[in-house]
Design a protein around this ligand. Structure first.
Ligand code: MTE
Length: 323
């Protein structure tokens, strides 16, 4: 994975929406009984997130109620930064893909649920959204490249999707795949990458309370560059596990080899749990750069979610849990 750190002085302060403004906007919209489109209008022109929100038929669903059980532990990353500093290799192997990602067509969007399930199906994303309970959670997000952010995701518990899919008792893994269409995603013309992007979790991980399917960000539909219309958030793992723009949920009894692992299994593994003491072969994971302040802060084991998730791994000592 390439690393390109943006220098602190490259960020113009007035290009950033401070958290206080975001919070005020939510309160004003709630008080006025307005949501979605109005929220997008207040977000301002020129932000690629605005274009995504205004053409998204799910816009009226947002903002959704916040689940206060999930707090970020430090201030939110400004929306402008979280929506313009991205990894989405389908649109380029650098951070400034937010404009290019607008080529992604997010409706109609069909999701396949297949493999070891009672009944395979294709379901339209809006139909799926209507069956799920949406809520907002603030999560920390730690990229393997040693930068991090804190963002308010909207979405639903992955365990609810697993329950809806009715996996058979021999299903051990859930594999997720991103769309594949090189006519809109030029990165997919780069044949040396093993497209489509693929990631997987054990069923125990997928049904853990923290595992979340993201459909929105900052009280609006998820911007394309952040992985609309569906992306994964598993905040105790490195960001590359958090697959974007999912079109398939496949249940299997075989451990999948994910996109980055296939490219380089010496550097990227299946588990990818955050651990400050286990170096990436080319750099330390002891600290991370907070995107909001530019400061380096200590990295925490399991990205600070140890209490919640450590028990998932108690009998797996011989596995490479931290890469
Ligand atoms: N999903 C797909 N399909 N393609 C990608 O290149 N990059 C991953 C992850 N999901 C990626 C992806 C990486 S390395 C990170 S750090 C996060 O998305 C970045 O999410 P963000 O752009 O919303 O911060």
């Amino acid at each position: 994975m390439l690393i390109k750190f943006k220098k602190r002085w490259e960020l113009s302060e007035n290009a950033i929406t401070p958290e206080a403004i975001y919070t005020d906007r939510r309160q004003i919209l709630k008080a006025m009984g307005l949501a979605g489109v109005a929220g997008a209008a207040l977000a301002g022109f020129g932000n690629p997130a605005f274009a995504a929100a205004s053409e998204d038929p799910s816009a009226s669903l947002y903002p959704v109620a916040r689940n206060a059980a999930y707090e970020g532990g430090r201030p939110l990353t400004p929306e402008k930064l979280a929506t313009t500093y991205n990894n989405f290799y389908e649109f380029g192997s650098h951070k400034s893909i937010s404009e290019a990602a607008q080529a992604l067509k997010i409706r109609p969007w069909s999701v396949k649920i297949d493999g070891l399930v009672e009944e395979e199906m294709d379901i339209d994303v809006d139909d799926l959204l209507s069956k799920m309970q949406l809520e907002e959670r603030i999560y920390r997000h730690r990229c393997v490249e040693a930068w991090s952010m804190v963002v308010p995701w909207s979405g639903f518990a992955l365990k609810d999707l697993v329950a809806f899919a009715k996996p058979k008792s021999n299903a051990k893994y859930l594999v997720m795949e991103t769309f594949q269409d090189s006519s809109i995603a030029p990165g997919q013309k780069q044949f040396w990458y093993p497209w489509p992007y693929r990631e997987g979790l054990t069923i125990e991980e997928a049904t853990h309370d923290l595992s979340f399917i993201v459909t929105g960000l900052y009280g609006k539909p998820l911007p394309k560059q952040n992985g609309a219309p569906l992306r994964l958030a598993v905040p105790w793992k490195y960001g590359f596990k958090q697959i974007k723009s999912i079109v398939r949920f496949h249940f299997t009894d075989e451990r999948p080899i994910s996109f980055w692992e296939k490219l380089n299994d010496k550097e990227y593994g299946f588990w990818a749990n955050v651990n400050p003491e286990v170096r990436h072969p080319r750099w330390s994971q002891a600290t991370e750069r907070d995107l909001r302040t530019g400061d380096r802060i200590p990295t925490q084991i399991y990205n600070g979610y140890e209490e919640e998730v450590a028990s998932l791994y108690k009998d797996l000592g011989r596995e490479r849990l931290f890469m």
